[in-house]
Ligand binder design. Structure first.
Ligand code: GLN
Length: 502
């Protein structure tokens, strides 16, 4: 294991043409959809391995060739395997269904192989004694963890700039952020440093970075994927989701990580489902709702023109597009920031400088706790703890947290009502493409990046972001939101749009 914190890389404007070798190994065809990105997706690599057209060593070598080239600039990983060690691990499981294929894992998901730092100084040396169910399931199927990816500290943020170990940069333009909080996972996949990755989505952290990096990000229905081993931020919202190069890869990974887990009391009592089985492009006959609140005038003409093109494309594919209204959208952000911060304040109370890693030893227990937390946590985390503690305090509980809970219920009802009239809801994943590093120093402007991902998160709904054109020459994401447990339908619709957009 090689720690990969900091160093290197002033914004060398890397060319966008990232290839899987100058000649694709063994002569298999490029994946048609991403001419500028690594041509092989996870499913493609798996097929090539199954057909003996590719060796797992070649996969590892190619990933590390790209890593050597791009990682000094991107800083997507916080820890990374050594190639030879990864090959040995891959060979040991090569007889299993996933054949030793590597996956990158966000560093707030517990693994045995590497530290799990949550990009926090407080957990800089923390090694988990157990691994997340999602990771254990991938390993059981024959995947190997390639490394741990950067994030906003404890997944609080939308740009990966809140990492205690420095920001990750966007592979399309290193002067821009990759989005967040799963920015390391999205950047690694977009650059071709990883075939696929796991991220976590509390209010948008899988979908928004996927949109800003031009890859696919899926947030599953709350409870479909076990949270066991995902370091808690806001437990009623946290989900683990795949970040991939293609919709079919998202279906594959969801099939591997989903299904009931007795170790997570909020895990839905459903067996694992194979979403690849019936995966086929399907949009015909569906009614798609475009909420007018998701295309406000502030979005600007280029975004609005792109959304118009999506509508025309969906209709060409046989869908009916209708305009709908979700008037409670404007209350989603304040509701989310009260609930998520309240839960975070409670969850993060466990970092007391006694257990886990960082301890600043001063005279007295209370002082030690206070000093360890003051120096261990970054600004954004402390801001949320302060807000959450205030919202939960006696006298304010009803006014803030209690009220936010009631609005959350209304938002969920508003979605449920909308889904009696439309099959799926769609719109932009994020109001803008990737923004510049340091551009959103004011927390409120940063919070606005999640305007379109937070409402469905509050309602516990599944949603997927797929790359769907460019704005200012940068990738721009289309989000599809479905009713609870509509993942199969959502993936088929996303596949239809993905194929039509390629
Ligand atoms: N950006 C949102 C926040 O800062 C969402 C983060 C997430 O989904 N983990 O809370």
């Amino acid at each position: 294991m090689r720690p990969n914190r900091r160093g290197g890389g002033i914004g060398r404007r890397a060319g966008l043409r990232i290839q899987w070798g100058n000649h694709p190994p063994c002569g298999f065809k490029s994946h048609p959809r991403h001419p500028t990105l690594g041509p092989l997706d996870l499913t493609g690599a798996l097929r090539a391995l199954q057909e003996n057209k590719l060796a797992i060593e070649t996969v590892v070598d190619e990933l590390f060739r790209v890593i050597a080239e791009r990682e000094p600039t991107l800083q997507a990983f916080l820890s990374l395997a050594e190639p030879e060690e990864l090959k040995a691990r891959a060979r040991a499981v090569a007889h299993r269904p996933l054949r030793g294929l590597p996956i990158a894992v966000k560093d707030n998901i517990c693994t045995l192989e590497f530290p799990t730092t949550c990009a926090s100084r407080l957990l800089a040396r923390y090694r988990s004694p157990y691994e997340a169910t999602a990771v254990a399931r991938l390993k059981a199927m024959g995947m190997v963890v390639q490394g741990k990816t950067n994030l906003d500290e404890f997944a609080m943020g939308s740009s990966t700039e809140n990492s205690a170990f420095g920001p990750t940069r966007n592979p399309w333009d290193p002067q821009r952020v990759p989005g967040g909080s799963s920015g390391g996972s999205a950047a690694a996949v977009a650059a071709g440093e990883a075939l696929a990755a796991l991220g976590s989505d509390t209010g948008g952290s899988v979908r928004q970075p996927a949109a800003l990096c031009g890859v696919v990000g899926l947030r599953p229905t709350y409870g479909l994927v076990s949270r066991y081993g995902l370091v808690a931020f806001a437990s009623s919202l946290d989900t683990i989701g795949p970040i991939t190069k293609s919709v079919r890869d998202a279906a594959l990974l969801l099939s591997l990580i989903g299904g009931h887990d007795p170790r997570d009391s909020t895990s839905l009592p459903l067996p694992a489902q194979d979403y690849t089985q019936d995966l086929r492009p399907h949009l015909a006959g569906l009614k798609l709702g475009l909420p007018k609140e998701y295309v406000p005038a502030e979005l600007g003409p280029e975004v609005r023109a792109l959304v118009d093109r999506w509508c025309a494309l969906a209709e060409e594919l046989g869908a009916q597009v209708v305009s709908i209204s979700l008037p409670l959208t404007e209350y989603a952000l304040p509701t989310y920031y009260l609930i998520a911060s309240a839960e975070a304040a409670a969850n993060l109370a466990r970092y007391d400088g006694v257990r886990y890693t960082l301890r600043i030893p001063v005279e007295g227990v209370q002082e030690t706790i206070a000093q360890s937390r003051t120096l261990g946590f970054g600004r954004e985390v402390k801001r949320r703890i302060a807000l959450g503690t205030f919202a939960l305090s006696a006298g304010y509980y009803d006014q803030y947290y209690g009220k936010a809970q009631r609005v959350r219920t209304l938002i969920a009802q508003e979605f449920a009502e909308a889904f009696t009239r439309v099959d799926l809801i769609f719109g932009p994943t994020s109001p803008t493409p990737a923004f510049g590093l340091g551009e959103k120093a004011d927390p409120l402007s940063m919070y606005l990046s999640d305007l379109f991902t937070i409402p469905s998160a509050l309602a516990g709904l599944p949603a997927i972001s797929i790359p769907a054109g460019k704005v200012n020459g940068l990738p721009f994401g289309l989000q599809l939101i479905g009713p609870r447990l509509s993942e199969a339908k959502l993936l088929c619709a996303a596949l239809a749009l993905e194929e039509a957009l390629s």
